[in-house]
Design a protein around this ligand. Sequence first.
Ligand code: ADP
Ligand code: ZN
Length: 528
Amino acid sequence: MTQYEILKHYFGYDTFRDGQDVLIQNILEGRDVLGVMPTGAGKSLCYQIPALMMDGITLVISPLISLMKDQVSNLNQVGILAAYINSSLTAAQYYKVLDLARAGRYPIIYVAPERLMSEDFLRFALSGQVKISMVAVDEAHCVSQWGQDFRPSYLKIVDFINQLPVRPVVSAFTATATAQVRDDIIDILMLRNPQVMTTGFNRPNLYFGVQSPKDKYATMVNYLERHKGESGIIYCLTRKVVEEVCSQLIREGFSVTRYHAGLSDSERRHNQEDFIYDRAQIMVATNAFGMGIDKSNVRFVVHYNMPKNMESYYQEAGRAGRDGEPSECILLYGGQDVVTNQFFIDHNQDNEALDPVTREIVMERDRERLRKMTFYCFTNECLRDYILRYFGEYGSNYCGNCSNCLSQFETVDVTDISRILIGCVESCRQRYGTNVIIDTVRGANTAKIRNYRMDENPHYGELAKVPAYKLRQVMNHLMLNGYLAVTNDEYAIVKLTGKSKGILEEGEQVAMKMAREAEHPAKVAGAS
Ligand code: ADP
Ligand code: ZN
């Protein structure tokens, strides 16, 4: 069968999606590939179809047991023989799979990365009785320390490949598009002259919105009431918030279920199925929910808290509208979200195994990402544009389908405010973070301000009449545009830059887009 016939016969689709045919063709010609495609774009078919056309076995390296099980059972359902090898198998099952594989039963075998270098598996792979024609690496960004979820076991993949008597085709797939991660994948997996295929990250059917409501819960309920009968996900940062939001919504009569790592396996599976089969309309979950979930009719994803970075945000938000129908991604920002995320960065257990130098690099990276996420919540520019630029693509500056493009903004001269903020940073000898600067110019009478003797600063109280959110927007604007910088450590101290002087001394003007007073999201209930 040709790839087109396989697509139709096994998967029931008539045409390939963007990028799929190119990747498949290259693999069939024996060339390594790297497919960078957003979640839901259809990466799996890109290795499954050639696997059925090549002789020998395709090993698919995948990080999650649950993901493997789903993929294998999906394949089995459409009549493709596939198996998986991971720690959930008993010894007897494991040897049975290897026996059947030796007998040529499976064109596709999913393997956990930590299994590759085990003695039994190496004996199998190197025996000469089997031909491994392709190694497909799913979630390939796991090889990169710069990636979202670095997995040391992924570093073993290349050792494994290098031991094989004949080098297989190596195909790698990820939804993480930053150049750094892309380069890491190519280097670390030692891809040979790979065909790199990046398909557009833009999802035009998704509306993006950010709000900073005083009362998040009320705003969310208001939103849900306007979306009765639609399927949606509410992401919260912690299990505790999931529990609170979920039980309150149940009390108010919404059809809700929940998902987080603190629930038993069986309850998680049960709740997930309730959501997938529309027995529960709304899923309230931590970021533990979603990887490998394929539900096409999710009409909205509300982030009840700001996630830790743009990668997470776009991946989670991107679970809306996989069927291509208009869907909404709403982020409800609150200052506490930054504090919580900062805490996670400072107490990340995964980092404890790292040597101190690497740990510091990883933490700096995470703080920088958190900052970019926070900027997303404060920018008045097109949100889609911000996202696409973050992932290294160019947007159009105006998408017409995000809360910023649809708000009325006016261009406001903020030179005076900027001069005072920068002046305050200078006169405190660049020793404090954003909050202290803002509290100082607002003339806050707090113990902290008195302790730092910022009440004696020449700019103390000079901007008492400007609302705090506006000062924060100006601060962010100054940082985004290089008029101020911030240290990349846990203190995030505001520093002057080469450009600061232009405003302080040379009469440079600063203008920025701002929502008209009445339209600031904080003052409007409900989105879109
Ligand atoms: P990814 O791994 O990129 O997140 P998947 O491989 O899970 O995406 O595919 C997402 C969904 O898109 C699946 O339901 C899959 O069957 C479907 N799909 C993949 N390729 C096509 C295609 N060419 N036409 C229609 N649907 C497709
Ligand atoms: Zn826009």
